[in-house]
Design a protein around this ligand. Structure first.
Ligand SMILES: Cc1ncc(COP(=O)(O)O)c(C=O)c1O
Length: 382
């Protein structure tokens, strides 16, 4: 295509599309030999009964999947004790997040999110040409309900919070969420991606408050991140509109079969969840001994402040050299943290061994924030 023609085509695109960065294809493929603790997956095989349902679904590969995910929504409605009209099913909950942004926002609108929060939301807001308002968590990671009832959150089209929160792993009492939902006339999107590792959940509130939308995913607690199963639960008037906006055949036959089977066999994950909570505690204690300060977590990951005088990005790179992948966020306030997903016992042992090696060498390689001898004597001479 000539440059002139390309220019004409690009200028005919929407303003939002014209302002998007062009993604380049220079991202290397992930190294499968790494211990992957950077995206909060659950690294266990599916229970046999669920695997069998996935294999059986493969035999129907020539058929389109069921339209509007009817059987999966029916299974979810029975498992969660709500009506089918209160359930939308998605190709992971991130598809549902995308739908919510498309349905609720036009360019110039604003959306409010608790900060730090799940950073994908920032991208979704910018794709919609919307302003992204970040409201900081209160003291000890509490929900600042009164602040969320005032501008700028009050002017947002919806308020988004994750409980437990990503990347902090912190959990706020459901009573505080109810206080917000009951007093606010905004839509509250409660992302419960990690709720199966937490002590409580807010799903029952959807029957009392039409302005609450709860999101769930099977990626974290049911080990199906690669299969993509997520749900939105809320008032039928809201859910029905979101379903109407959804792409036809948004999920595939394996997602349907696995989703239905998981919903029927959630007890099969009891040991899995017990393991994750146990490892979460063990790794917290081991990291504390290495000089990390770990935020108490109610999710399947830990947000850990690296030892004093060191930086999160340095730790991420040092661990990556030992083939351990963890997450680092360059956002303000998170520069000294790394986020570590909880994997198998062997993976966590490998991580702790590498962290211990690195902690031993870090003192030699990282300049601690101390004045040099010359600067120190100049200071004392002043
Ligand atoms: C808070 C939160 N919400 C939603 C998602 C998306 O999950 P999925 O699209 O796999 O369902 C994630 C994934 O990391 C997350 O951390």
């Amino acid at each position: 295509m000539s440059d002139a023609k390309l220019g004409t085509v690009l200028s005919s695109l929407s303003q939002v599309a014209r302002q998007l960065d062009v993604l380049l294809s220079d991202k290397p493929a992930p190294d499968a030999s790494c211990v992957k603790l950077n995206t909060n997956e659950n690294p266990f095989p599916l229970p046999t009964v669920i695997m069998q349902s996935a294999m059986a679904a493969l035999e129907r590969q020539y058929l389109y999947p069921e339209d509007d995910n009817v059987s999966l929504r029916q299974a979810a409605s029975e498992a969660y004790g709500v009506s089918k009209d209160q359930v939308i099913a998605g190709n992971g909950s991130s598809e549902l997040l995308g739908l919510i942004y498309r349905a609720f926002l036009v360019p110039g609108d604003s959306v409010a999110m608790m900060s730090p929060g799940f950073s994908f939301n920032r991208k979704l807001a910018s794709l919609q040409g919307a302003q992204f308002v970040e409201v900081e968590w209160g003291q000890d990671h509490s929900l600042p309900v009164e602040q969320l009832l005032l501008a700028p959150a009050k002017n947002a089209k919806f308020i988004l919070l994750a409980n437990p929160n990503n990347p902090t792993g912190t959990f706020v009492p459901v009573a505080d969420i109810e206080r917000l939902v009951s007093q606010s006339d905004r839509m509250i999107v409660l992302d419960e991606a990690y709720v199966d590792f937490a002590p409580d959940n807010g799903l029952h509130l959807i029957n009392c408050y039409p302005n609450l939308l709860v999101l769930r995913t099977f990626s974290k607690s049911y080990a199906t991140a690669g299969i993509r199963v997520g749900f939105g639960l809320g008032h039928p008037e809201v859910i029905g509109r979101l379903r109407n906006l959804q792409n036809v055949f948004n999920m595939n036959v394996i997602g349907h079969a696995v989703g239905i089977s998981v919903l029927g066999h959630r007890a099969a994950y009891a040991e899995n969840h017990k393991h994750i909570k146990h490892e979460r505690q063990r790794v917290t204690m081991a990291l504390s001994k290495l000089g990390f300060s770990v935020i108490p977590s109610h999710a399947n990951f830990l947000l850990a402040r690296v030892p004093a005088g060191q930086e999160g990005s340095w730790w991420q790179a040092a661990l990556e050299r030992q083939k351990i992948l963890v997450a680092f966020f360059p956002d303000a306030g998170l520069e000294n943290y790394i986020r570590i997903s909880i994997g198998t016992k062997d993976e966590m042992d490998e991580f702790l061994e590498a962290a211990s090696d690195i902690a031993g060498t870090a003192k030699e390689t990282i300049p601690l924030c101390r004045p040099s001898a010359a600067a120190a004597s100049a200071l004392t001479n002043r």
